[in-house]
Ligand binder design. Structure first.
Ligand code: NAP
Ligand code: MG
Length: 402
């Protein structure tokens, strides 16, 4: 079989620990035998980030702006323990945070649904994709403990020095206060990323806030979404046969629990933080969750939602066998390859991505899986494979399909 040719390179962001091991296996077993893989390689492994004073992370994000599509391996976000483990010059920032700041993007997380791994919510038949606004609100709040009686106010001073005041509360005793903010430009970017991604994946878009209680703050989110939708997207949604649906956050939560799935749920920062953990655990496993960062300009960065699976990596280093699930990392590659195929008009590349996803799921449905899935599957007598053999099993299924 002739290998599939690519035109534009993918931006390849390599990473750390167990996922770095899986990364190489996936390329060797599932990609390079079938594709003339063209990538521009950036090593975001912690050692190389440290050597380059984290410049490599910035360069990889800039390259994503140049080429449009990136695929990223999970990376370590350094903490105190990592400082000594890797003798770091500095506690480098989270690469995902750095890349997100440069691309100004929104992260969409979607579960991979497969027979034998059943969601805890009986009605869910299709994936629910969560989009989380990644700026502001409680994550950039200023807080104060109020020790005793007194008056708390919100004060805004404009550039001319004129003040606008709102009373927060007249305290008669001790209490607490918090000031939150957001930026209209950031909410607009969030809205556009959500509308674009809904069109891209032909799914309805839901958005919810608490605008009945928060008549200025949350209501601004609602208004910005509606204005951008009416001005730029209503016609496109109609043509694509999809819907934009706004409701109150409590109504949205109730509807989600009774829905079939198959839509994108756009969430404010805090709602997205909390609800994405609920959705991912109710769908089965963090190892079956994909993640894509979409910028309002239409740049895409695909990855797995889980981390570097440190505990498995230490076993691997000791020479012990691991059974680490590579599905989400494989789907990061297929997402990126399919998008590259669409942008460069290479149907064979899109077709290959579809088949590799199908082969991955078929392998699980045939009863061959990693330990994390074997523990929760409804299939009887699953065969538990190690990290390498699972990828090899997917390759056999794929070869039979091609
Ligand atoms: P993790 O890598 O997500 O793994 C936590 C646990 O979840 C694992 O120990 C394992 O459970 C299970 N798990 C996750 N992915 C799995 C997979 N593919 N196959 C099988 N089991 C899987 O989180 P962590 O170990 O707490 O974090 C490790 C590093 O990842 C940290 O340095 C963190 O900074 C980084 N991180 C990176 C990203 C990213 O790059 N996007 C995201 C999150 C975390 P068992 O041990 O019970 O088998
Ligand atoms: Mg969370």
């Amino acid at each position: 079989m002739e290998k599939i040719k690519m035109i534009t390179p993918l931006v390849e962001m390599d990473g750390d620990e167990m996922t770095r091991i899986l990364w190489q296996m996936i390329k060797d077993e599932l990609l390079t035998p079938f594709i003339d893989l063209k990538t521009e390689y950036y090593d975001l492994g912690l050692e190389h980030r440290n050597e380059t004073n984290d410049q490599v992370t910035i360069d990889s994000a800039e390259a994503t702006k140049k080429y449009g599509v990136a695929v990223k391996c999970a990376t370590i976000t350094p903490n105190a323990a990592r400082m000594s483990e890797y003798t770091l010059k500095e506690m480098w920032k989270s690469p995902n945070g750095t890349i997100r700041a440069i691309l100004d993007g929104t992260v969409f997380r979607a579960p991979i649904v497969v027979k034998g791994i059943e969601p805890n919510v009986k009605t869910w038949k299709k994936p629910i994709t969560i989009a989380r606004h990644a700026y502001g609100d409680v994550y950039k709040a200023t807080e104060m403990k109020i020790p005793s009686a007194g008056k708390a106010e919100l004060v805004f001073t404009n550039e001319k020095g004129e003040e606008t005041r709102e009373l927060i509360h007249n305290f008669t005793g001790s209490g607490i206060i918090q000031g939150q903010h957001n930026i209209c430009g950031s909410i607009e970017s969030f809205a556009r990323s959500c509308f674009n991604y809904a069109l891209d994946t032909k799914q309805d878009l839901w958005f919810a806030t608490k605008d009945t209680i928060s008549k200025k703050y949350d209501h601004t989110f609602k208004d910005i979404f509606q204005e951008i939708y009416d001005a730029e997207y209503a016609d496109k949604f109609k043509a694509a046969g999809i819907e934009y649906f706004y409701t109150l956050i409590d109504d949205a939560v109730a509807r989600v629990m009774k829905s079939e799935g198959g839509y994108i749920w756009a969430c404010k920062n805090y709602d997205g933080d909390v609800m994405s953990d609920m959705i991912s655990s109710a769908f089965g496993s963090l190892a079956m969750m994909t993640s894509v960062l979409v910028s309002p300009q239409g740049y895409y960065e695909y990855e797995a939602a889980h981390g570097t699976v440190q505990r498995h990596y230490y076993k691997h280093l000791k020479g012990e066998e691991t059974s680490t699930n590579s599905i989400a990392t494989i789907f990061a590659w297929t997402g990126a390859l399919r998008k590259r195929g669409e942008l460069d008009n290479i149907p064979a590349l899109c077709d290959f991505a579809d088949k590799l996803e199908k082969a991955s799921l078929q392998t699980i449905e045939d009863g061959k899986m990693t330990k994390d899935l074997a523990l929760i599957t409804t299939l009887s007598n699953p065969v538990v494979l190690n990290s390498q053999d699972f990828i090899k099993a997917i390759r056999s299924t794929l070869e039979a399909m091609l």
